[in-house]
Design a binder for this molecule. Structure first.
Ligand code: ATP
Ligand code: MG
Length: 553
């Protein structure tokens, strides 16, 4: 597992841009984020978004949001809307620069005609199998199609008929006439237009021919005046083709720059797999809090700022980029440690009776220990409390090693008194069911001199505690690289969701959707935005307080 790239190596794209600006090749920076609306955005897309929008902001340029909707069979408006929401939520603004590849279908069609007229494109009528067989291999050149020398007139006529719906899907295809023996397979007369009698989410049934991604992408960038077209490495071998189209069409030439896509451990990022997880109900939807989607992470409670920090921290390079999931989780912890208000909740309750205290008090407890300006909430205290079972041991190790409760031992109740365990009660099975403690009533908000009480534990007042449902989420996969498993589904973590009911301080009932709290000593929890009702929050565990997986491995 590599560590994040150093800041110096994260700068190779900046170096190119700086050179382009100082040499006068460019006088501005225009980038774009070009998703295909065939799924929800994931953390890999977030990296691309932060990079493209980030560079545009840094250079006072602009970044477009462009939907690459050239494949009508897989694209839907639901995806368009979710992508817009996710980009905005991540903190980026495309302003008026929202575009769709489908807006350029007319222009692309006319460019195809231009290439036909210049003898640079032809209609091929081989079957798909013949075309595949004649494509050649990496070591052998391809064979030219018998239709390659059709006249310009015949090509124009056939292409128009393709457009007019006179042919069935797959019967003809428009190809660029480049070089069937090129060592670069992408230059072996690649397809430009195919026949597809399919309804498009924006253009409806206007078209029954659609441009191939490779014939569309470079020209879309050109139309929009994109100066730096940043994409992932698998498009490196397509660059000569994009440049060929741009040159033949004599239009503005964007500069394509490739970087290594983000891979994250314990995560799958292929849209096909994410779609299968959703469709086959391994998760509760694209925004299931265990999904690596932007919407899933938002619902889980990851702050947008933490995702931006992560994308900055991992840098941008050209070599394969494996990042450990803990790097992302650490960014989330760092952000939430600053922003999340503190609350108390008990997961595994053990009763404590305070024998010398017979009242109810409302104690002032700070929302954030390092931020007095964040104010206080009122915390009810009474003579019957719940503490966590883990905070008591019948036969504890030395007080130098174990700071919690044991017979005769003292701890501080968070935001309340120091108590001492005088007695413990067992049931008929021999399990400890109650502690009887005395409180030192002189210790509220202060530590009298000479007292050495190291342990601080969380608690709730039994008569005031509220029960709240909590979903304890963990990693969706329990193998470092699920794609390596024979079937990635076998790497699913069966314990990625556990449901619990916890006893919490009453102020948590007022928590609103999306609000995140640190349950002291336990972890960060966010109110679910879908399943909560006013006064009835459901909490999702956002992240543990510390990296618990480091030990597991
Ligand atoms: P596909 O094209 O197979 O549907 P995709 O993940 O490439 O999937 P796109 O919608 O085409 O999805 O991606 C939009 C942009 O996000 C592209 O510019 C792509 O390079 C970038 N991107 C996608 N996945 C990652 C990743 N893991 N790391 C960085 N950038 C990514
Ligand atoms: Mg893609």
């Amino acid at each position: 597992m590599s560590t994040p790239d150093s800041p110096a190596s994260s700068n190779f794209i900046r170096t190119i841009i700086n050179d382009d600006l100082s040499s006068g090749k460019r006088d501005r920076v225009v980038t774009r984020f070009p998703p295909e609306p065939n799924g929800y955005l994931h953390i890999g897309h977030a990296k691309s978004i932060c990079l493209n929008f980030g560079l545009a902001a840094e250079y006072n340029g602009r970044c477009h949001l462009r939907f690459d909707d050239t494949n009508p069979t897989k694209e839907e408006d639901e995806y368009v809307e979710s992508i817009k929401q996710d980009v905005s939520w991540l903190g980026f603004d495309w302003g008026e620069h929202l575009y769709f590849a489908s807006d350029y279908f007319d222009q692309l069609y006319h460019w195809a005609i231009k290439l036909i007229k210049n003898g640079k494109a032809y209609v091929d009528s081989q079957s798909a199998e013949e075309m595949r067989a004649n494509r050649g291999t990496l070591t052998e050149p391809g064979k030219e199609s018998p239709y390659r020398e059709r006249s310009v007139e015949e090509n124009l006529d056939l292409f128009e008929k393709m457009k007019n719906g006179e042919f069935s899907d797959g019967s003809h295809i428009l190809r660029a006439k480049i070089d069937m023996s090129s060592p670069n397979m992408n230059l072996r007369d690649p397809a430009m237009y195919r026949i597809l009698h399919a309804h498009h989410h924006r253009t409806g049934d206007t078209w029954c021919i659609y441009p191939m991604y490779d014939f569309a992408h470079g020209q879309e960038d050109s139309i929009e005046g994109v100066t730096h077209s940043i994409c992932t490495l698998e498009f490196e071998d397509h660059r000569p083709l994009y440049e060929w189209f741009i040159k033949e069409l004599e239009i503005f030439a964007p500069q394509q720059i490739e970087f290594a896509r983000l891979n994250l451990s314990y995560t799958v990022m292929s849209k096909r797999k994410l779609l299968q997880l959703v469709n086959d109900k391994y998760v509760a939807g694209w925004d299931d809090p265990r999904m690596p989607t932007v919407s899933g992470m938002r619902r889980r409670g990851y702050p947008a700022a933490a995702i931006r920090t992560f994308c900055e921290r991992i840098g941008v390079g050209r070599s394969a980029n494996w990042i450990d999931l803990s790097v992302l989780e650490d960014c989330v912890r760092e952000e939430l440690n600053e922003s999340a208000f503190r609350r108390q909740a008990v997961f595994s309750p053990l009763k404590v009776t305070i024998t010398n205290y017979d009242q109810v008090e409302m104690l002032e407890a700070p929302n954030h220990p390092q931020q007095p300006e964040a104010g206080n909430r009122m915390l009810p205290m009474s003579n019957e409390l719940w503490i966590d079972r883990d905070d008591f041991m019948e036969d504890p190790p030395s007080p130098k090693k174990y700071f919690r409760l044991g017979p005769g031992r003292e701890v501080r109740l968070r935001n309340s008194y120091i108590i001492k365990c005088d007695e413990y009660v067992k049931d008929e099975n021999g399990d400890v069911v109650e502690l009887k403690c005395s409180a030192d009533l002189d210790t509220l908000g202060k530590n009298p001199q000479g007292r050495k009480v190291k342990g601080i534990i969380h608690w709730v007042s039994a008569q005031h505690a509220v029960s709240v449902p909590v979903r304890v989420y963990d990693r969706l996969f329990n193998q470092e690289n699920p794609d390596k498993a024979e079937n990635y589904l076998s790497a699913l973590n069966p314990e990625s969701l556990q449901e619990a009911v916890v006893l919490a301080e009453p102020s948590l009932l007022d928590a609103g959707p999306g609000e995140t709290f640190q349950f002291e000593r336990v972890g960060y929890f966010t109110v679910d935005s879908k399943d909560s009702r006013p006064g009835e929050p459901v909490f999702n565990r956002t992240v543990t307080l510390r990296d618990t997986w480091a030990k597991v491995k």
